[in-house]
Design a protein around this ligand. Structure first.
Ligand code: SAH
Length: 212
């Protein structure tokens, strides 16, 4: 399976209709975000191992998340869980500025090196506990959480701009509901259900305890 077929069969044939989102998936070379021995599987309809017990998400799950953010192009976006850097690269194609936070330094450094080599100049990789967000660059127009939380981290919701959207999987460690939380006003948030998903755990102060 190649990139064009991935876009048509895994994304367009399901419910990914945003033309900018489809174009971004057509542009970003997913094979550059996995190890050499997995390159031939880069466009499969599944997550893949990236080391340290972590995964690069299934393309459809990234597309569903990114489409649900309803991006127009001017946004400053925060991603929690850089992993391989693939979703950050997709976001980099779609918006003005991307900040992505990864708790495992080795993954963060590999992703940063890869994103720089591929020319994603509007993506900044930070090492830290993303369950606390990234206050230095807040507020954000959109936040995408790529790891499952026990509940939506309050720090992240506090770093949303008014009108901003946060996509976050939350629930049990083994399965979560993916939700969109929109900040309507300073103290008013609205949550919508996007379906059942399965992410690796968000480990941190407002996520699961380490070793969970
Ligand atoms: N978006 C990634 C998928 C990453 S999987 C991609 O496109 O490849 C989830 C990632 O979240 C893992 O790399 C994991 O180490 C990271 N993670 C888990 N808890 C975190 C936290 N509190 N802060 C930042 N990153 C975290």
């Amino acid at each position: 399976m190649g990139r064009a077929r991935m876009v048509s069969e895994q994304l367009r044939r399901r419910d990914i209709v945003d033309p900018h989102v489809l174009a971004a998936f057509g542009d970003v070379p997913r094979e550059e975000f996995v190890d050499d021995d997995l390159k031939e599987l880069a466009y499969e309809d599944s997550p893949l191992a990236i080391g340290f017990g972590q995964t690069i998400s299934q393309p459809y799950v990234v597309a569903m998340t990114v489409q649900a953010l309803r991006l127009e192009g001017f946004e400053k976006v925060l991603e929690i869980g850089t992993g391989s850097g693939y979703a950050a690269a997709i976001l980099g194609k779609l918006v003005r500025e991307v900040h992505t936070v990864e708790r495992i330094p080795e993954l963060a450094h590999m992703a940063a090196e890869r994103l720089a080599r591929l020319g994603y100049q509007n993506v900044q990789v930070h090492v830290g506990d993303g369950s606390l967000g990234w206050p230095t660059n807040a507020p954000f127009d959109a936040i995408a959480v790529a790891a499952g939380a026990p509940r939506p981290p309050p720090s992240l919701l506090a770093q949303l701009a008014i009108g901003g959207r946060c996509i976050v999987p939350h629930g049990e460690a083994s399965s979560q509901r993916l939700v969109r939380i929109t900040r309507r006003r300073d103290d008013e948030y609205v949550e919508e259900d996007l379906g059942d998903v399965r992410f690796v755990p968000l480990v941190g102060a407002e996520g699961w305890p380490h070793g969970h």
